[in-house]
Design a protein around this ligand. Structure first.
Ligand SMILES: NC(=O)C1=CN([C@@H]2O[C@H](COP(=O)(O)OP(=O)(O)OC[C@H]3O[C@@H](n4cnc5c(N)ncnc54)[C@H](O)[C@@H]3O)[C@@H](O)[C@H]2O)[C@@H](O)CC1
Ligand SMILES: Nc1ncnc2c1ncn2[C@@H]1O[C@H](COP(=O)(O)OP(=O)(O)O)[C@@H](O)[C@H]1O
Ligand SMILES: [K+]
Length: 480
C-alpha cells in the first residue's frame, strides 16, 4: 500500500525511465470508463475534472464514455497543463461539451464522476472546492471517484459509491474505506518493479495467504495438527467473563486445533465438551501437552498472573485482553518469547500511554510503535486490523461492523493460537488468523446481517478457510 508520496515517487521513476506518463493517464481513464460501464451502463455522466492529473484521468474517461455512446457533460477547472491538457484537447476533438467548474450542476438519473483531486492534494479543501464536494455528496447521485474520493485524507471529502484506485492502493483506501464505497484496483501499466516495495505496508491478499494454510495429511491425528492451551477467566467477580476462554477454545477448534486444553477457575462451566479441562483455584500452568497458548481472555485481575505463569511454558503465545499490561509485555520481551499481542485500540492505548482515540487516529503508526517497543508481534484490532512485527506491517482487508459484538476478539485469539500451534511463525499466524476471522464475519454478515454471536463467528471459520483454500472468495475488491 502506497502513501501518496510513495506513489508520486513511483510515477517520477517511471518518467525517469522514459515511460510516457500520458500512457498511464490513458489507461487510468480507460479502465475507469470500463468500471463506469460495468456499474452504471448508459446512464448519463457528469464529470468534474480538476486541473491536475486526476482531472486529466477524468477527461480521458469522458472521451471513452462518449465513444461508448454515453451522454457526458464535463465541468473542468481552468489552466490544465501537460498530460491533462493533452487529454482535454483529445476530448474537445470528439466534440465534447465542456463547461467551467463553477457552473457544475447535477440532474436526476445522472452519475457524478469525481476527478477533482487525487494524490496531489495538499491540505484540506476549503472555499469553493469544499462547497463543491458538499454539493456532490448532497446530490444523492451515485459517485464514481477516480483514484481517491476528492478531499481524502482530510474532511470535507467526497463520499463515493465506488472508487477506482490506480496502480496500487494508497493509505486512505484502507484507512478511510467508508468514503470509498466499492473498491476497484486498476492496472495502468506502471512497470511492476516500481510497485514492489517491501518497505511499504502490505494489504493482505488471498493469493499471499493461501499458501500459509496448514494442510492436513491423510495420517493426521489430533496430536499432530496443533494443540492449544487456553488460560483465562477470573474467579473473584463471580465468573463474570467465564465465557471468554470458552470462546477462545471454540475459535481454536474451529480453526482446526487437534485438541484444546482449558485452564480456568474452579466452578467454570465445562464447555465446550470437546476440551480438556483444568479447573484451578488460582492462575497456574497445569501440565498440558500443547504447542501454543492463548492467554488472558476474561482474566480480570488474574490476567497478568495467567500471563506470567504461561511464560514458564516457553511456547508461542497469544496475549489478549487482561494479559495486555506493561509488566507482562516487558517480561515476554526479556524472555525473548514468541508472542502475539491482540489489543483493541483501548488496550493498545494502555500499553502506549495514549488514549484509544489517539491510537485509532493512526493505527499504522500505533501498531508499528508497539511492535518496535515490545519486540513482539502486534495485532491491533479494528477496521482495518493492522498486524505489525519489526518493520513489517500488514493491513487486513476482511471484516465488517457486524463483528463489533462481545467475544469475537476471544475467538480470534484462539484462532491465532491454533495457527501458531500448527507451526506458523507469529507474523504469518497473525495475518492469516485475522484474515480468516474477518472473512468468517463477512460470510455471516451477508447471510444474517448485524446481530451475530461470537460463537457463530467461530462456527463460520471452517467455511472461511474453505473459501480461501478453494479460491471461491477473492479479495474484497475487483481488479480491472
Ligand atoms: N504518472 C502520473 O503521475 C499519473 C497520475 N495519475 C493521476 O494523477 C493524480 C495525481 O495528480 P496530480 O499530482 O496532478 O495531483 P491532483 O490532480 O490530485 O491535484 C493537483 C492539483 O490540486 C491542487 N491542490 C492541491 N491541494 C489543494 C487544496 N487543498 N485545495 C485546492 N487545490 C489544491 C494543486 O495545486 C494542483 O493543481 C493521481 O491521483 C491519479 O489520479 C494518473 O493519471 C496515472 C498516472
Ligand atoms: N467495525 C468493525 N469492522 C471490522 N472488524 C471489527 C469491527 N468491530 C470489531 N471488529 C472485530 O471484532 C473483534 C472484536 O474484538 P474485541 O474488541 O477484543 O472484542 P471482545 O473483547 O469482546 O472479544 C476484533 O477482531 C475486531 O477487529
Ligand atoms: K478524485
Amino acid at each position: 500500500m502506497f502513501t501518496p508520496e510513495a506513489m508520486r515517487e513511483a510515477d517520477q521513476k517511471a518518467a525517469e525511465m522514459g515511460y510516457p506518463s500520458l500512457l498511464l493517464m490513458e489507461w487510468a481513464g480507460m479502465k475507469a470508463a470500463r468500471v463506469y460501464k460495468e456499474l452504471f451502463g448508459q446512464r448519463p455522466a457528469v464529470v468534474l475534472a480538476g486541473k491536475g492529473n486526476n482531472g486529466g484521468d477524468g477527461l480521458v474517461l469522458a472521451r471513452h464514455l462518449l465513444l461508448e455512446g454515453v451522454r457526458v457533460r464535463v465541468y473542468a477547472a481552468p489552466d490544465q497543463a501537460g498530460d491533462a491538457l493533452q487529454a482535454k484537447n483529445a476530448l474537445l476533438a470528439h466534440g465534447a461539451e465542456l463547461y467551467p467548474l463553477e457552473e457544475a450542476a447535477f440532474g436526476e438519473g445522472e452519475v457524478v464522476v469525481d476527478a477533482l483531486f487525487g494524490t496531489g492534494l495538499k491540505g484540506p479543501l476549503t472555499g469553493f472546492y469544499a462547497g463543491l464536494v458538499e454539493r456532490v455528496n448532497a446530490s444523492g447521485l451515485p459517485i464514481l471517484a477516480l483514484d481517491l474520493p476528492s478531499g481524502l485524507p482530510y474532511s470535507p471529502h467526497v463520499r463515493a459509491t465506488a472508487t477506482v484506485a490506480f496502480a496500487a492502493f494508497k493509505t486512505p483506501h484502507l484507512l478511510m474505506r467508508e468514503a470509498c464505497g466499492r473498491l476497484f484496483l486498476a492496472e495502468i501499466g506502471l512497470p511492476k518493479a516500481l510497485l514492489e516495495r517491501e518497505d511499504l505496508p502490505e494489504v493482505a491478499t488471498p493469493e499471499a495467504l493461501r499458501p500459509l494454510l496448514p494442510r492436513r495429511p491423510l495420517t493426521a491425528h489430533k496430536g499432530s495438527v496443533g494443540r492449544v492451551g487456553v488460560l483465562g477467566g477470573y474467579r473473584g467477580d463471580g465468573l463474570r467473563y467465564a465465557g471468554a476462554p470458552v470462546l477462545a477454545a471454540l475459535g481454536a477448534y474451529r480453526m482446526g486445533a487437534g485438541l484444546v486444553h482449558l485452564a480456568v477457575p474452579e466452578g467454570t462451566p465445562l464447555e465446550p465438551l470437546e476440551a480438556v479441562f483444568h479447573p484451578l483455584p488460582a492462575p497456574a500452568l497445569p501440565p498440558m501437552r500443547v504447542e501454543a497458548l492463548a492467554v488472558g481472555m476474561g482474566g480480570g485481575p488474574w490476567g497478568v498472573l495467567w500471563a506470567m505463569r504461561a511464560l514458564e511454558a516457553g511456547l508461542p503465545t497469544v496475549l489478549d485482553a487482561d494479559a495486555l499490561h506493561l509488566e507482562v509485555v516487558a517480561a515476554y520481551r526479556r524472555a525473548g518469547a514468541k508472542a502475539v499481542l491482540t489489543p483493541h485500540a483501548g488496550e493498545a492505548g494502555r500499553l502506549l500511554g495514549r488514549s484509544p482515540e489517539e491510537v485509532a487516529k493512526d493505527p499504522l503508526e500505533a501498531a508499528r510503535t508497539l511492535a518496535r517497543e515490545t519486540g513482539l508481534t502486534v495485532v491491533l484490532k479494528g477496521n482495518p486490523t493492522v498486524v505489525a512485527e519489526g518493520e513489517r506491517l500488514s493491513l487486513n482487508p476482511t471484516g465488517n461492523p457486524a463483528l463489533a459484538t462481545g467475544g469475537t476478539g476471544d475467538v480470534l485469539s484462539g484462532a491465532i493460537a491454533t495457527l501458531l500451534a500448527a507451526g506458523l511463525p507469529p507474523f504469518e499466524a497473525a495475518r492469516l488468523g485475522v484474515y480468516l476471522h474477518g472473512l468468517a464475519g463477512d460470510l455471516l454478515a451477508e447471510e444474517k446481517g448485524v446481530g451475530l454471536l461470537a460463537k457463530e463467528v467461530a462456527e463460520a471459520l471452517p467455511r472461511a478457510r474453505e473459501a480461501l483454500l478453494s479460491g471461491t472468495r477473492g479479495a474484497p475488491w475487483e481488479r480491472v
